[in-house]
Design a protein. Structure first.
Length: 447
């Protein structure tokens, strides 16, 4: 297996680097934590090491050091496609090297060999009530696959710690191979009367969901799905889904347990479901006017929304201080293929108007859009009008990153995550011991 061989060759150097840091610099302080940060979800506190990706405030997400424009330019592409192969991205994430076309296709070939979904998983999905949320179905389907875990089986038979990463990689390839099929099965069960199509061996991983829901002949939608899977693949290790997967896997729960838990986090309104909120806001905006709004009407509507105490979804980001490059990539796709789509035109106009409004409003650190502000409108254009399903596609892509983090965490021997808690009284006592000397110094200075 090409990825396993490449990781095995690189591991000695990586382990030496980590060992050196711990041995010679283990006591060096990295950051301070304030009381406000403890009560604010430890936002911005540096608690993890993530070599897979990093969110740079003015460049956006860097995948193994490459920006989104570089990723889209440098990774190998499928014949007849303008978008890179997801197999090439997975190679880059796992191996930390840009792949050749042959290496990207080797990953795609591995996925094709492993893509078959066991019948019992489909039975689990069919047994759920018709009202079950698609994200619940997705989480259940991943969890149902846990009985297939190579890691769990080998660990029970006495797996040495240095080799934990190998069956974790095996599980990761097995799971990621099945993800487009799982998503398509869920979509078809809920929205297409259970119609299921056979996987086409000539279709690459990124485009396979389109083929499996009957859109295999739609070249544009295949391209969109390739792009969508690249853009949503990872976003550092501290967001809810990534941190959840890391935490669960740190207990040596296998990749199925960890990924299912991560999907449950992604289903939250403050995380993956944000893309749905963006679509609803755009549609509410459009319904507010008899005709397509002017820039002045849009500006007035935005001010009314903000002054009523509501937020405008899709704008702002915890780290970014520029327009999300993922938003830009999807916006450019839309300008190329969706120029006459009314919802997309609205997305574009909001982008032209809203940042200035938010800047004047003064309560938003970053007035620029993130990827959620545009992603849903493109899916709706190509017929996926069921908003509650969109986050499933987000999850399919994001598990590429989650599994890479897990493989490398096991390869580098990262321990179980176990931070320490404090009580409110302890914090009050800490603050009091610091506050009194400060007050005394102030009095001395005043005299």
């Amino acid at each position: 297996m090409i990825i396993e061989e490449k990781i095995a060759a690189e591991l000695p150097e990586w382990r030496q680097r980590v060992s050196h840091l711990i041995k010679h610099h283990g006591n060096q302080k990295v950051c301070d934590v304030t009381v406000e940060q403890l009560y604010a979800g430890i936002r911005g506190v540096q608690i993890q090491v993530s070599d897979i990706s990093y969110v740079e405030p003015y460049q956006g997400i860097l995948l193994r050091g490459y920006s989104i424009p570089e990723i889209l330019e440098l990774l190998p592409k499928a014949p007849g496609s303008e978008i890179p192969l997801a197999g090439g991205l997975y190679y880059l994430l796992m191996v930390d090297r840009l792949p050749s076309l042959g290496e990207a296709q080797a990953v795609e070939a591995e996925w094709k060999k492993r893509a078959t979904i066991p019948g019992y998983v489909v039975d689990v999905l069919r047994a759920l009530p018709s009202s079950t949320h698609p994200m619940t179905m997705f989480s259940q389907a991943i969890l149902a696959l846990q009985s297939e875990s190579v890691f769990t089986r080998q660990y029970s038979n006495g797996l040495v710690k240095e080799d934990y990463w190998k069956p974790t990689l095996e599980d990761s390839l097995n799971l990621t191979a099945k993800l487009p099929g799982l998503a398509a099965c869920i979509y078809n069960l809920k929205y297409r009367d259970g119609i299921c199509l056979e996987s086409d061996p000539d279709v690459d991983w990124g485009a396979s969901f389109a083929q499996l829901i009957g859109k295999g002949n739609d070249w544009e939608y295949r391209e969109l799905m390739r792009l969508y899977m690249i853009l949503h693949s990872d976003h550092e290790g501290g967001n809810v889904s990534a941190h959840t997967a890391h935490l669960v896997n740190s207990a040596l729960s296998d990749i199925y347990y960890a990924s299912s838990a991560a999907i449950n986090g992604l289903a939250g309104p403050l995380h993956g479901v944000a893309n749905q909120e963006c679509i609803r806001w755009l549609q509410d905006l459009r319904r507010n006017f008899d005709a397509f709004p002017t820039r002045e009407q849009l500006e007035s509507y935005a001010w009314e929304t903000l002054k009523s105490g509501q937020v405008i979804p899709g704008y702002g980001h915890a780290v970014l201080r520029v327009t999300d490059p993922r938003f830009t990539a999807l916006l450019e796709f839309g300008k190329k293929y969706l120029q006459d789509d009314e919802l997309f035109r609205l997305v574009n106009m909001v982008y032209e108007v809203l940042p200035e409004v938010l800047s004047q409003y003064g309560k938003v650190k970053n007035p620029w859009p993130n990827v959620d502000a545009v992603s849903g409108s493109l899916q709706v254009h190509y017929g996926l009008t069921q908003f509650d399903f969109h986050t499933v596609l987000f999850g399919v892509s994001r598990i590429l990153g989650l599994t890479t983090h897990a493989v490398w965490a096991r390869a580098l021997g990262k321990p179980i995550e176990r931070p320490k808690s404090l009580t409110t009284r302890m914090l009050e006592e800490m603050v009091e011991t610091v506050r009194v000397p400060v007050a005394m110094e102030s009095e001395v200075g005043a005299s």
